[in-house]
Design a binder for this molecule. Structure first.
Ligand code: PGA
Length: 255
């Protein structure tokens, strides 16, 4: 497995944080700190902040993403936003299947699959989240669980479209808890996911796929997590709301 074949991507997930004016201010602060990074830098922000984020990031190396999108192009889906709408705005990335969407908003593997396909059909790059709960880890079903989540999410996705998929392994017990997976745990599951992608498509597709770790990644532990051969980047929640911390993680990915 040759890590240099893959693009390292450090993506922020702002969740339900920051207003449009705060978005502009934070991106202005981040821009000089992450300029010249070797890895790709992405910020996924709330829908209402996308316009401000796109304007603030213009001409910089920061790509902008949304945190979800619906599977239909338009229609009677109050409160939802479609991939078509995101695309027209100039949004490049979209997170799909985050555990908070699964946990609090009834997302299932099936709706995740539909959203993945809708986003890819519009040419968006998908950050697909998979990961086990603490209970599932303790039951010893992590490997089967993430394999199943990955397989269902990618059902009907062509190998060509899979090139626009980034998978984020996010153990639910590590998200926002300050409890990070050890680098060996992250490596083990990222490697399992890569094996599953190889089975679905081919070793070449698996080799080229960026697989991130997410879950309390921060300025202190990023170096160690990102040193692992199958960990190609990070999906960062809390630490992506602080310009300095986020830029330290970006720098760790450059090494
Ligand atoms: P965290 O969130 O870094 O705050 O744990 C990660 C995520 O949920 O994507």
């Amino acid at each position: 497995m040759d890590k240099t074949k893959r693009a390292a991507i450090i993506a922020g997930n702002w969740k339900m944080n920051k207003t449009p004016s705060e978005t502009t201010a934070l991106i202005q602060e981040m821009k000089p700190l992450v300029a010249g990074a070797d890895c790709k830098v992405v910020l996924c922000v709330p829908f209402v902040d996308l316009d401000a984020a796109l304007k603030a990031a213009e001409g910089s190396n920061i790509g902008i993403g949304a945190e979800n999108c619906h599977f239909e192009k338009s229609g009677a889906f109050t409160g939802e936003v479609s991939a078509v709408m995101l695309k027209e705005m100039g949004v490049e990335y979209v997170i799909i299947g985050h555990s908070e969407r699964r946990q609090y908003f009834g997302e299932t593997d099936v709706t995740v699959n539909k959203r993945v396909k809708a986003a890819l059909a519009e040419g968006l790059k998908v950050i697909l989240c998979v990961g086990e709960t603490l209970e599932q880890r303790e039951q010893g079903i992590t490997a089967e669980l993430v394999a199943m989540q990955t397989k269902i999410a990618l059902l009907g996705v062509s190998a060509e479209d899979a090139a626009n998929v980034i998978i984020a392994y996010e153990p639910v017990w590590a998200i926002g808890t300050g409890k990070t997976a050890t680098s060996d745990q992250a490596e083990e599951v990222c490697a399992i996911i890569r094996k599953v992608v190889a089975e679905i498509y081919s070793p070449a597709v698996a080799d080229a796929m960026t697989i991130q770790y997410g879950g309390s990644m921060n300025a202190k532990n990023a170096d160690e997590l990102l040193s692992k051969v199958n960990v190609d980047g990070g999906l960062i929640g809390g630490a992506s709301l602080k310009a300095e911390d986020f830029s330290i993680i970006v720098k760790a990915a450059n090494k």
